[in-house]
Design a protein around this ligand. Structure first.
Ligand code: ASP
Ligand code: MG
Length: 421
């Protein structure tokens, strides 16, 4: 079995779906993981926001737009005005959840997951039906029933041991050799829907590859492969032919949007190679990620946007703030705040964290626990691996730099958000 993953951008319109069909031509024994089409997940977040604010109109408006968007793709694929019963049913369910739920703030994350999961349910339903119609028999797999996740919402991990028998059974028997499953979603032990974190479909594909002992996993993307920098931000980005798992994990954590950070481990555990390939041209080699690879010989630049700098100081002026680290980090964990860089002096602990809904709450909790906290918003974290003198001068100096941490090969800079690079 091979695992293919198609992200939202690759199936954002009917041409994308037809292209998927082209790419899988002649393939058999394929497990295909698909994300929500285009920007659907963002729109579903707005649907959820409507529920959260008690603004039904907002929810219904976004559901209406999503219906329309998907209907256009369906009509284009079937070359006629076409109704897919199963898609209709999904939209009806979504509308019910969004408008008839008795919402309580403590269940925010549960309803978030329940709502945003519809993006993948709808995309895989359309694609599965289209492939059947286009002469590619396949089986639609409900990943909510195959991936048992932790009992936590919005960023759940998959319990591989518990999921193995379920997913293997789902692909066993029957004549089909092509399977279509949703990325990004699973089911908690209590039966509710969970999601695996934004952009989590890569991770879904990796877990499926692990469980099915796949010979390889391929992610089909709108770039030629893994580049050394985001070409939209840094001009002169170049492609990297090969990377090893460890470098890839480092890159993913520093914000390179090549692959979700949780993707590598399930592949590494079974030594499954990961190909990052351009969906526009399946003859191009892309980038291969595996255990052993040639060393990378170009600098790598990664920018993580939307960061907040928290500067924390103990109110009793204790000079051994280290003793309080456990308290601080457990509060961050409680509010699911992701820390990307830690910098400490005798009296200060500076943390560069992802912006989130919960920043204000964690700051309040820290203050209640006896800390002074200063928040600086609109920050970004730039990592340069394999820096040169020139790159150092360009990016690691100047008044916009708040914190700089360097090793012999890598420098990480917390700085004020920049408009240009
Ligand atoms: N559709 C989800 C998202 O946009 C998951 C994914 O694309 O991987 O975050
Ligand atoms: Mg997506």
């Amino acid at each position: 079995m091979k695992v293919y993953k198609f992200g939202g951008a690759s199936v954002r319109n009917a041409d994308g779906v037809r292209n998927l069909r082209q790419i899988i031509d002649d393939e058999q024994h394929l497990f295909i993981i698909v994300s929500a089409m285009g920007k659907t997940t963002n729109a579903l977040e707005k649907v959820f926001e409507g529920l959260q604010k008690g603004d039904r109109q907002q929810s219904l408006e976004h559901i209406g737009q999503l219906r329309q968007y998907h209907a256009e793709i369906i009509n284009d694929l079937w070359h006629e005005s076409k109704r897919l019963e199963r898609v209709e049913t999904l939209f009806q369910e979504l509308e019910q959840v969004a408008t008839q739920t008795l919402y309580r703030p403590e269940d925010a994350e549960l309803w978030y997951d329940t709502i945003v999961a519809y993006g993948e349910l709808v995309s895989t339903t359309i694609i599965s039906e289209y492939l059947n119609y286009a002469g590619v028999p396949n089986r639609w797999i409900d990943m909510r029933r195959c991936f048992v996740t932790e009992q936590r919402h919005k960023d759940a991990g998959v319990d591989i041991a518990a999921s193995t028998p379920l997913l293997r059974k789902a692909v066993a028997g029957g004549p089909e050799t092509i399977f279509i499953g949703q990325g990004f979603i699973g089911g908690a032990p209590d039966g509710t829907t969970t999601t695996l974190g934004r952009e989590g479909s890569d991770y879904s594909a990796a877990v499926a590859a692990n469980i099915l002992d796949a010979e390889s996993m391929s992610v089909w993307k709108d770039v030629d492969g893994v580049l050394n920098a985001d070409p939209k931000i840094f001009p002169d980005a170049v492609q990297i032919a090969e990377l090893n798992y460890l470098d890839t994990i480092e890159l993913a954590y520093s914000g390179a949007q090549i692959i979700h950070p949780k993707t590598i481990k399930p592949l590494q555990n079974k030594n499954i190679p990961l190909y990052v390939r351009p969906f526009g041209d399946k003859r191009k080699p892309g980038t291969v990620i595996r255990g052993m690879s040639v060393p990378v010989d170009v600098p790598i630049l990664i920018l993580k946007k939307d960061q907040v700098l928290l500067t924390i100081r103990s109110r009793d002026f204790s000079f051994v703030l280290e003793e309080k680290f456990a308290t601080i980090f457990s509060l961050l964990e409680r509010f699911r705040i992701k820390t990307n860089l830690i910098h400490n002096s005798a009296v200060n602990l500076s943390l560069c964290v992802d912006n989130s809904w919960h920043i204000d709450e964690v700051v309040k909790a820290l203050r209640e626990s006896g800390f002074d906290v200063m928040t600086t918003r609109e920050m970004e974290l730039l990592t340069v691996r394999g820096y040169t003198d020139d790159l150092w001068r360009r990016y690691a100096r100047g008044p916009q730099v708040f914190i700089r941490q360097a090793t012999q090969s890598t420098v990480r800079v917390v700085r004020k958000k920049q408009g240009q690079y």
